[in-house]
Design a protein around this ligand. Structure first.
Ligand code: SAH
Length: 245
């Protein structure tokens, strides 16, 4: 079974490529994919690119051209839920698109023709990623909090405190209080839903989506998030090989 590991950051992907056994690079849809083995598990690595459409294309290619049968996504996000701090980790239970608005034809946030606002992650894969996140952070001796819940995606880098507050309030009022905001996850979740492919996602909190978000971001990505993602994915892939009791 081929596992796809999708990174929202080029820096994260490089760390994984370095660990790959018998790496093979394939170009498709203007993107680079890396095939190989991680701890004996066949994997295909990809950089999602940024934004919902780009991430959807990458995901579709992983499934259609590389036969990915389950998909795990890592990246960074802005923390907008109460108590979700920079350096924490959020494992997604579900995704919502905060910029989807086809009202009054469809209710606010509803994905037209799907009759739903949220796409859920696979429960077993999500639990495995949650366990791997806790173990990975422990292996780095970092006292970060691991959260589990809803993540909101949209084609916007949220970098103003007032905007982050308004976004959180509007989603909460509609019954979708998010822990974090990013730009790809909901699109990947929707494609995986279309194909019936199990999907799970983890995001390290790089900023609070406020007025300093752009300042925190680049430093955090290179210094912290890439190490987190590597430790988490390493644990996750090792866990895939442990026979279930
Ligand atoms: N200049 C950056 C651009 C990253 S865009 C680069 O070098 O690549 C931001 C990325 O981080 C997206 O993948 C998005 O999913 C995530 N992200 C982190 N904080 C975010 C925020 N506050 N709002 C939206 N997306 C955020």
């Amino acid at each position: 079974m081929t596992t796809a590991i999708l990174s929202a950051l080029a820096e994260e992907q490089q760390g994984l490529i370095d660990l790959l056994r018998e790496p093979r690079r394939v170009t498709r849809a203007g993107r680079e994919f890396w095939l190989g083995e991680l701890h004996g598990t066949p994997v295909v690595l990809a950089f999602s690119r940024i934004g919902k459409v780009a991430a959807a294309t990458t995901t579709t290619t992983l499934i259609e051209a590389f036969g990915a049968q389950r998909l795990v996504f890592t990246g960074v996000a802005g923390g907008i839920g109460p108590g979700v701090q920079v350096g924490d980790v959020v494992v997604a239970s579900e995704f919502v698109q905060h910029d989807m608005d086809a009202s009054p034809l469809f209710p606010r946030y509803q994905i037209p023709l799907y009759d739903r606002e949220r796409f859920a992650c696979d429960i077993a894969l999500g639990d495995a990623l949650l366990a791997a996140s806790r173990a990975g952070l422990e292996s780095l001796a970092l006292p970060a909090t691991v959260h589990h819940g809803l993540i909101a995606s949209g084609d916007r880098f949220v970098s103003a405190a007032e905007e982050a507050r308004a976004l959180h309030a509007a989603l909460s009022a509609a019954g979708h209080p998010p822990l974090a905001v990013e730009m790809e996850g909901a699109a990947v979740a929707q494609v995986c839903h279309d194909y019936g492919i199990p999907f799970a996602a983890v995001r390290t909190i790089s900023d609070r989506a406020d007025d300093t978000a752009h300042v925190d971001f680049p430093k955090f990505v290179t210094e912290v998030a890439s190490r987190y993602a590597l430790a988490i994915i390493d644990e996750f892939v090792r866990g895939l090989n442990v026979p279930k009791r």
